[in-house]
Design a protein around this ligand. Structure first.
Ligand code: AMP
Ligand code: MG
Length: 408
């Protein structure tokens, strides 16, 4: 068995970020920027009002109160998207709406709540305001020429908004990986038909396709393959290499990589790829195949449903995020308090137990088992929202502290 971190390091050596491509903003969420984004203009581009109210000269509000208001004529109305017809003179007000440019000659905005209309063309100012009141100056968010974002920035919804506000319609970002997914096994079937003798349904493919998409990649569903070398080789060649009809940037298979006589994925990959066959010191998900197949990384995950998902979490997901250029490729971790004892055998492995983690009002996480921990018991994986990381030789009593890896 090899330690988890060594297996992860072996894989990381072969993984590189995909080349940058020009991507429309509408498709860029979660991608990683590969250029500088610069603001040519000031944002906001002009001084404008943060409130609905009246543009005035602050001096004309001095001494005003509800008991003794300053009454002035309203000489214009400025809506957002419009400009004042002429400069504001001393002793005047202009009605103004949030986002509208401050008229020349005005130096403050008094909000509508501090005024009282007198007919349509006069207003009482009921309080004094300072110069600059409710005015958002030009360049208050960004000065012209500012480099706002640089390579490595992960594009969140707010980043996309900023890019749009400086006039960008596309950005240069690392490409979103296309990830081929297939499952293998003569015992597998799909759909509602009654199971034949010895049959089970293919549950890995939907789970792994969803994990790939959740990681922000494009899943290419390559189907359910028989335990047949020719069929497996044809599927691989359709996805990678010179004759690929549906090329992918990475491949994920499940099943057929253990020590059994019918582990055909293993046979085909040994022949075609440059593979590492690993027994990783973890439970679940001990067997793992990783290698390069005609230049494309391939993850041969174990067949047991929980093993394939945990293996995806520990090996495939970090790699896919690195291919996207993500600076951080791990799930968030936290320290949690165990609500019940968590015991494990001493066998040289790190255990990843499926747990339900709930935050206390003060932010402390508490965990309890999500159910049966067998590698075939997928329902506890469905209930779990975290994996408790239990190193060898560590038994946790109720109230003890455990590191958890949050899955959502
Ligand atoms: P294998 O790695 O092919 O020997 O499979 C190990 C175990 O996982 C066996 O019990 C398989 O039936 C099961 N298994 C393999 N692939 C899948 C799958 N796609 N969905 C559900 N179970 C699977
Ligand atoms: Mg199999």
């Amino acid at each position: 068995m090899i330690p988890l971190d060594e297996a992860q390091a072996r894989i990381a050596r072969d993984i590189a970020a995909l080349a940058p491509v020009e991507v429309p903003l509408s498709e860029a969420r979660g991608l990683v920027l590969a250029e500088d984004i610069t603001s040519a203009e000031a944002i906001p581009p002009f001084a404008n009002t943060a409130m609905d109210g009246f543009a005035v000269r602050a001096a004309d509000t001095q001494g005003a109160s509800e008991a003794s208001p300053n009454e002035v004529p309203v000489v214009a109305t400025v809506a957002a998207g419009a400009v004042a017809p002429r400069p504001l003179e001393a002793g005047e007000a202009m009605r103004i709406m949030t986002g509208a440019p401050i008229p020349d000659g005005a130096d403050a905005v008094i909000m509508v709540e501090l005024t009282e209309a007198v007919g349509d063309d006069r207003v009482k100012l009921l309080a004094p305001v300072e110069v600059g009141n409710h005015i958002r100056p030009a360049g208050d968010d960004l000065e012209p020429g500012t480099v706002i974002f640089g390579p490595g920035e992960v594009l969140s919804p707010a980043h996309l908004g900023v890019c749009a506000s400086v006039g960008r319609e596309t950005v240069l970002a690392h490409a979103r990986p296309r990830v081929g997914v297939f499952s293998t096994g003569d015992e597998l079937m799909v759909g509602p038909d009654p199971l034949g003798p010895g049959q089970i349904r293919d549950s890995n493919r939907p789970s792994i396709v969803a994990l790939v998409e959740e990681a922000g990649c494009i899943a290419v569903n390559l189907g359910l393959l028989r335990d047949d070398e020719g069929e497996i080789e044809a599927a691989l060649r359709s996805a990678v290499g010179p004759d690929a009809t549906n090329p992918v940037d990475a491949l994920i298979t499940s099943g057929g990589v253990s020590m059994g006589d019918f582990d055909f994925v293993k046979r085909v990959l040994s022949r075609l790829g440059d593979m590492n066959w690993m027994q990783v010191a973890i439970k679940p998900a001990k067997p793992l195949a990783f290698g390069m197949l005609m230049g494309t990384p391939i993850f041969g995950l174990p067949g047991n449903p929980v093993s394939s998902m945990v293996s995806f979490e520990l090996f495939a997901r970090p790699s896919l995020l690195s291919m996207m250029g993500r600076p951080i490729n791990t799930r968030p971790t936290a320290l949690a308090i165990a609500d019940e004892p968590m015991h494990r055998p001493t066998d040289g492995k790190t255990y990843f137990d499926r747990v339900i983690a709930s935050p206390e009002p003060d932010g402390t996480w508490r965990i309890r088992s999500a159910g049966g921990q067998g590698s075939h018991q997928l329902t506890s994986m469905a209930r779990a929202n975290a994996l408790a990381v239990m190193p060898d030789g560590v038994n946790v009593d109720a109230g003890g502290r455990v590191k958890i890896m949050l899955l959502d």
